[in-house]
Design a protein. Structure first.
Length: 213
């Protein structure tokens, strides 16, 4: 009963966000769980397409990386890099990919997409370069407005720093102190206001299951 009620609540919220995303020129889809999320991503990508991904806990959770490695795709696998230089080159190739896949840090009920990066490669690719962008984002990342989006990102950033085993002040305190660390991951904050100039380029898959951070 509890699960059904939460699913109903999440669907109602996701439907509102999806409608606003569509109005802004994006293509929005709603899926029930990780299995449906993986299926929808693969439905959107034709075989033999070149594909790149940003760093994402969500993509690991839906098992997308394994599917790309084992499928009939040209996969620029940043996780296969054996050096910083090789990783950098793979990230540069992402700008020429047919499809770029990552998650968002937050999406407002009005359909604004918020992303925060350490190096900027993910936000840069979402903004410009790849022919298609797929954002796999779970309902726990939906917020009321951009102020809440910023606060959400500040709240989760220490956990992301800890996950990446970084030596930043927030991994010691558990909260953001707006540091000046060389390993700081909160450097490039970007808001995608609309997709009207390139309609359908950004495709957002809203998952009715809590994923990522």
């Amino acid at each position: 009963m509890r699960r059904d009620l939460y699913l109903w609540k999440y669907f109602s919220l996701a439907r509102k966000v999806a409608d606003n995303l569509n109005k802004k020129g994006h293509d929005a889809y709603i899926v029930k769980d990780t299995n449906e999320a993986l299926k929808k991503v693969l439905e959107l990508i034709p075989e033999n397409s070149s594909v790149a991904t940003g760093g994402s806990l969500t993509l690991n959770q839906i098992k997308l990386l394994d599917a790309l490695r084992n499928g009939n795709y040209i996969f620029y696998d940043r996780y296969s890099a054996k050096s910083k230089e090789e990783k950098y080159e793979l990230e540069r190739k992402a700008f020429f990919a047919d499809y770029y896949i990552c998650s968002a840090n937050a999406i407002t009920e009005n359909g604004e997409i918020a992303l925060l990066d350490g190096n900027g490669n993910r936000v840069a690719a979402v903004i410009y370069g790849p022919k298609n962008v797929i954002l796999v984002t779970s309902v726990n990342k939906i917020v009321s407005n951009l102020l809440e989006a910023r606060e959400r990102i500040r709240y989760i950033s220490p956990m992301n720093s800890k996950r990446l085993d970084l030596n930043t002040p927030c991994t010691q305190t558990g909260y953001c102190i707006n540091c000046a660390s060389a390993q700081r991951i909160c450097n490039y904050y970007t808001i995608i206001e609309s997709g009207h100039r390139h309609p359908g380029r950004i495709k957002v898959i809203l998952v009715l299951e809590e994923l990522g951070l």
